[in-house]
Design a protein around this ligand. Structure first.
Ligand code: NAD
Length: 385
């Protein structure tokens, strides 16, 4: 019999660890009688996480993050009887209203992404709040100064080594490489690619392009990290030379102004610039748009590519307006399902630990407990064998 299946079905069926966890939770019901407030991107991969939590007995009250809510996902969750306050919005005031609505329901646990929900709870804590999880580094940084007010277990997923190597290293590299192909339909063979930043994300990006037959140069502001790149076999020229020679420039540092208007004289004719760092300010696209040396701009609206024509006859291209390229442009897919399956299984297990009072207030804004890392790693390896 043929069935019309959706992207949500495809992702759900691809999240093998979460499926296994959901099956276990249906028996153990770790969240029986508890509610979980969530503030994380509402897109198909998070649906797999949310349905796993619900399988464990949780009542879910959900909102998304700014700008990333997918209407089809909201519709799907509502059809499942899940409370969703989110709307697809770039308006911080409207977004804040949805966050407030989630906290007003007094959930027993919070699943946060960027510290939005815990920041509200720190100001107006409700008595039944047990604690929860925070997905990101930026959320950890934001919440650390509120540690005394929060005084409850909050486990930070990004600080798990699994998240670091499965997502930041391997998945970001693959998806940035995929995004270059998806945006441009250009080859990578024989291209000179310069990667700015050789942290976890930069390592994966440099490796993905090298594996695709590019010649990869790495620039990192830290000489020790540059040495590591050198010993890994990458060319590590000085910054100016690395820009001059690049057919493709990828920034993945997490810092602003990595490539700026001051670099316009260096950029090679035909170069393609893309960013993989969290904030859309590593490449100063706004300055390019208003620079007197720029004679004209072609906007490929449907493909999210801008071509900047310089007065001296050179031109270069920027993908996705300098936003994270793997989440921008036509049909952005983000990081691989497997990497998110691992990260979200860590989420589910950490929430289970907090729900069962397995960690106390001393575990406020701390990494994932090592035994949970080991349990999730073993489960993934068992499925892979
Ligand atoms: N696109 C995605 O899906 C995705 C996923 C995870 C993380 N990220 C983002 O990617 C960025 C990098 O993350 P990471 O985990 O690799 O960080 P990291 O801190 O491990 O590495 C950043 C590297 O950039 C280097 N650097 C800093 N300033 C520099 C400069 N001016 N020139 C050259 N190098 C410089 C640092 O020395 C460091 O080695 C962050 O913004 C992170 O939020 C994106």
């Amino acid at each position: 019999m043929e069935k019309l299946a959706t992207r949500i079905d495809w992702i759900g069926n691809s999240c093998r660890l979460l499926k296994e966890t959901a099956a276990e939770f249906e028996n153990t019901r770790p969240f029986e009688g508890l509610s979980i407030g969530t503030g994380i991107h509402l897109e198909p991969k998070t649906v797999a996480l949310l349905l796993t939590l619900r399988a464990g007995g949780a009542r879910l009250i959900c909102t998304g993050n700014l700008n990333s809510t997918q209407p089809a996902t909201v519709e799907f969750l509502r059809a499942q009887g899940i409370t969703v306050f989110a709307t697809q919005t770039t308006d911080p005031v409207a977004h804040h209203r949805s966050l407030e609505a989630v906290v007003a329901e007094k959930p027993d646990l919070l699943l946060d992404n960027g510290g939005d929900l815990f920041a509200i709870a720190a100001e107006r804590p409700h008595a039944n709040l047990l604690g929860g999880t925070e997905e990101t580094t930026s959320g950890r940084t934001r919440l650390l100064p509120m540690r005394d007010k929060l005084a409850m277990p909050i486990l930070v997923i990004n600080d798990s080594p699994i998240k670091q190597f499965a997502e930041n290293k391997h998945a970001v590299g693959q998806s940035l490489f995929e995004s270059y192909m998806r945006f441009t339909n250009r080859s990578t063979n024989g291209k000179r690619v310069t990667v700015f930043g050789y942290g976890a994300c930069g390592k994966g990006t440099a490796a993905a392009f090298r594996n695709a037959f590019s010649t990869v140069r790495v620039v990192d502001i830290d000489p020790v990290t540059s040495l590591e790149a050198h010993l890994d076999g990458f060319i590590t020229p000085l910054r100016e030379q690395a820009i001059r020679s690049a057919d493709v420039i990828a920034t993945v540092t997490g810092f602003p102004d990595i490539v700026t208007a001051a670099d316009l004289p260096l950029i090679k004719d035909g170069a393609i610039l893309m960013n993989g760092g969290h904030f859309p300010r590593e490449i100063d696209v706004a300055a390019f748009r208003s620079h007197p040396d720029v004679a004209g701009i072609d906007r490929y609206e449907a493909d999210h590519i801008e071509t900047f024509h310089l007065k001296d006859g050179r031109s270069f291209h920027v993908l996705g307006g300098g936003h994270m390229a793997n989440l921008a442009g036509p049909r952005p897919l983000g990081n691989s399902v497997e990497s998110m399956d691992l990260g979200f299984t860590l989420q589910a297990r950490c929430l289970e630990r907090v729900a069962k009072h397995g960690v106390g207030a001393e575990s406020c804004i701390v990494p994932v407990p090592a035994d949970i890392d080991a349990m999730v790693a073993s489960a993934y390896l068992d499925l892979a064998r």
